[in-house]
Design a protein around this ligand. Structure first.
Ligand SMILES: [Fe+2]
Ligand SMILES: [Fe+2]
Length: 291
């Protein structure tokens, strides 16, 4: 292993150990994730876990009854949601509904707060979801969660060393050319939010597809072709979100979507235009149910 990679891994492992207070997901989310990962889990398992947390139960029902699913106000129970939407959808909705409380904290700089990052995460999750719909993929809810957690590594940086994150953000803002923050993260932290986020996702035992997205949403083309789709979708969603300036966007230098990404997703400019047009209303809806 190159020295540089080893040093980077050490920095990341150290940070993840030190921030164990945020690196501990709410117990209920951990249980949901383990159900998600267990192919033999049943609807009853999920129902039992969610029902123990009335606040989470309410949030999940708010999501499933929203206009996103075309059955507004018709789903009265978790079991009914599982019957109508499927176990996989409800698992992902439950993860999404339990994540908001991680993104807490006041303003760090005039341009950054955990709240901005949550707004950006919700917007990107929404755009990834719209893209999945437009591409007629089955993994719509998984796409939403992938977009929701793609920048979780920035929360690790915030908890690990907020003064370093401030330094990164200031250097990014002061760069003579529009720049993304990744090079500055490497210089200041010795690792990027992709590295920190992927390590956290592994620690939480999130599905491997999420770790891949978190670790490669800025460079999906570096993944083997069969692993690119979801990371490339989040790449596009991130840029569509930045276009309309929804929340935090310092990790993106420009909003161009390279032709190779469009090609790898096998989508057209028309598909992107459809998602772009639907996005503002869809973000408002996401904020109503999960904001
Ligand atoms: Fe990012
Ligand atoms: Fe992002």
């Amino acid at each position: 292993m190159p020295v540089e990679t080893a040093a980077r891994e050490q920095i990341v492992a150290h940070a993840i150990r030190e921030i164990s207070h945020i690196a501990t997901l709410p117990e209920i989310t951990l249980k949901i994730v383990s159900i998600v990962e267990d192919p033999s889990s049943t609807a009853q398992d999920l129902h039992t876990v969610i029902s123990k947390d009335p606040a989470l139960c309410t949030r999940v029902l708010k999501v499933v009854n929203s206009a996103f699913y075309g059955l507004p106000g018709q789903i009265g129970s978790i079991n009914r949601a599982i019957v109508l939407l499927g176990l996989n959808a409800v698992k992902n909705i439950a993860i999404a509904a339990s994540l908001a409380k991680l993104f807490k904290g006041g303003s760090l700089t005039p341009n950054f707060s955990a709240k901005d990052l949550w707004a950006h995460s919700l917007a990107t999750g929404t755009a990834t979801r719209l893209l999945a719909e437009q591409m007629k993929l089955a993994l719509i809810d998984e796409a939403f969660v992938a977009g929701l957690i793609h920048d979780i590594g920035i929360m690790v940086q915030l908890q690990w060393d907020r003064s370093k994150l401030v330094e990164v953000l200031e250097k990014t803002a002061a760069a003579p050319q529009p720049a993304d923050m990744l090079a500055f993260e490497l210089a200041v932290f010795g690792a990027t939010h992709q590295d920190f986020g992927a390590a956290l996702s592994e620690k939480w035992k999130f599905p491997k597809s999420f770790t891949t997205v978190i670790g490669h949403h800025h460079n999906p083309m570096e993944l083997p072709p069969e692993q690119r789709t979801l990371a490339a979708m989040v790449f596009v969603a991130d840029r569509l979100t930045a276009e309309i300036k929804a929340g935090f966007l310092a990790d993106i230098a420009n909003i161009e979507i390279p032709a190779e990404i469009v090609e790898t997703l096998n989508i057209t400019a028309e598909d992107i235009a459809v998602v772009r047009a639907k996005l503002p209303d869809a973000i408002r809806l996401s904020e109503t149910v999960l904001g």
